[in-house]
Design a protein around this ligand. Structure first.
Ligand SMILES: N[C@@H](CCC(=O)N[C@@H](CS)C(=O)NCC(=O)O)C(=O)O
Length: 221
């Protein structure tokens, strides 16, 4: 039995953030797939909802000294990992730098992803009769709004990565968000800094192995 386990869905950007963080820290973990669409959504089943009352992935399980700690929310999970496995730290220790990195993470975590989360898109269809194309347009709108913000926010501090020359929490959030740009066909041409960061991240094993095409529940092609 491994010390860490992660409930994850291959295409979940929030799970992808944590998979990258685990990879950057070199933590081997048990992958527990939760299919968000099959059978009405496995995240909504009673057993899973007991683990994560938000009924969403990711959920991290940490077993240590006979105790099991369950944590939801990718920001909380990555912050926890920084405390129990501090090498390498993904959030800077300096208060001002830490706040800047959290700002980037929160633009994505609270300003972009929740607006096109599965349950939001389902509600748009169920209550407001939105078509697939209308849901895609909605998603593209919020992704574009977010990328406009992120390019301006990141450009002054970015070097090889979002914040300097080592990958950190901001990159864990940025790369899955950029993957959504591909999925929803958002043109990234206006965002040169974000594209450059992506090129740097895509060379690293932690990012490659965490990608939706590489994880155990990735659809077989
Ligand atoms: N803020 C949360 C977001 C978690 C989240 O929204 N997860 C999505 C997948 S990316 C989910 O499980 N959605 C299920 C649903 O909407 O039913 C985090 O950072 O962990």
């Amino acid at each position: 039995m491994k010390e860490f386990a992660l409930y994850s869905y291959f295409r979940s950007s929030a799970s992808y953030r944590v998979r990258i963080a685990l990879g950057l820290k070199g933590i081997d973990y048990e992958y527990r797939a939760v299919h968000l669409l099959n059978d009405g959504g496995e995240q909504l089943k009673t057993d899973y909802a007991a683990l994560n009352p938000s009924r969403e992935v990711p959920t991290l399980v940490h077993r240590k000294n006979g105790q099991e700690t369950l944590i939801g929310q990718s920001v909380a999970i990555i912050d926890y990992l920084d405390r129990v496995a501090p090498s390498p730290l993904l959030f800077p220790q300096d208060p001002a730098q830490r706040a800047k990195v959290l700002q980037i993470c929160e633009v994505i975590n609270s300003g972009i992803q929740p607006l096109h989360n599965l349950r939001v898109l389902k509600l748009l269809a169920a209550k407001f009769d939105a078509s697939e194309e209308q849901k895609n347009e909605w998603t593209r709108h919020w992704l574009t709004y977010g990328f406009d913000t992120l390019e301006k926010l990141v450009a002054p501090t970015a070097k090889t990565f979002c914040f300097g020359d080592t990958p950190g929490a901001a990159d864990c959030f940025m790369i899955p968000n950029l993957a959504n740009a591909d999925r929803f066909q958002v043109d990234l041409a206006p965002y040169p800094t974000l594209r450059r960061i992506r090129e740097s991240c895509e060379k690293l094993p932690a990012f490659i192995q965490a990608s939706p095409t590489k994880v155990p529940d990735a659809p077989k092609t």
